[in-house]
Design a protein around this ligand. Sequence first.
Ligand SMILES: C[S@@+](CC[C@H](N)C(=O)[O-])C[C@H]1O[C@@H](n2cnc3c(N)ncnc32)[C@H](O)[C@@H]1O
Length: 271
Amino acid sequence: MTAVGTGSELVRNATRRLQEAGVPDAARDARRLFSFATGTDASRLILTLPEPVCEEVACVFEGLIVRRMAREPVSHLLDPRPETETLVEVALRSNFTKMVDLGTGSGCILVTLLAEVPQSIGYGTDLSGAALDVARENAEIHGVLDRSTFVCADWMESAKGAFDLIVSNPPYIAVDEMAGLSPEVSRWEPHMALTDGADGLTHYRRIIKQAVSHLMPDGRLIFEIGPTQGQAVADLMRAAHLQHVTVIPDLDGRDRVVSAQMIGFQPERRA
Ligand SMILES: C[S@@+](CC[C@H](N)C(=O)[O-])C[C@H]1O[C@@H](n2cnc3c(N)ncnc32)[C@H](O)[C@@H]1O
């Protein structure tokens, strides 16, 4: 795993950016979030801060800092997202050299994957220009900007060529589930990042349709899903003639990721 600097350096940089964003008690928040990102008890920080920090942890920390800069409460940030870690872990189980992260948001998935696989290049797409600015900044901070391309696009609409890995964590909450979301989620996540405004599967259908003509032979398509969507998303992938369709649970045993592979060529492949 590549180190990106010491904990002290990351916390100093984060404190300065929080201060510039007008966050009160910036140094305290930076230390709390660092302690959370590294899984270190706050009382032991003095021992761990001089140590080098790996890319993966630095990326998690950066995601927290960016959200705190937008004045999201610290209490909300101290809420882990193991589902996205599961997607990254599954993606890293096989080789890839050219990947795309659809709906890249803060770029956390893209940046982590590129940092972990140094010979790879990656594309991040999103409809939100503001999200792409954050993703670009994250790619720069973590030294992968020269291997990243960011495109404001509707999923793969303007994509050219083929990829050996396509990943996405699209908005998957059904519209009738939105009312049941906690205020911490519904107030702090942009609406466009949460729901498709329908049954929760619209984006999977669209992405699968686009992705099959952009997957290299043996290339993989990997989705994060809501815990009740495993069967439905797996069926959509099988209907598109993808193979080795597997639903993978997170550490709590809830379905969180669906992975599938393209075997052979697709007649509709675009140049
Ligand atoms: C659930 S968030 C995922 C963000 C990030 N990849 C992650 O895992 O933390 C979904 C992202 O998809 C983006 N998005 C929504 N509709 C899109 C579309 N039609 N094309 C591209 N991106 C879209 C949203 O702006 C948001 O950044």
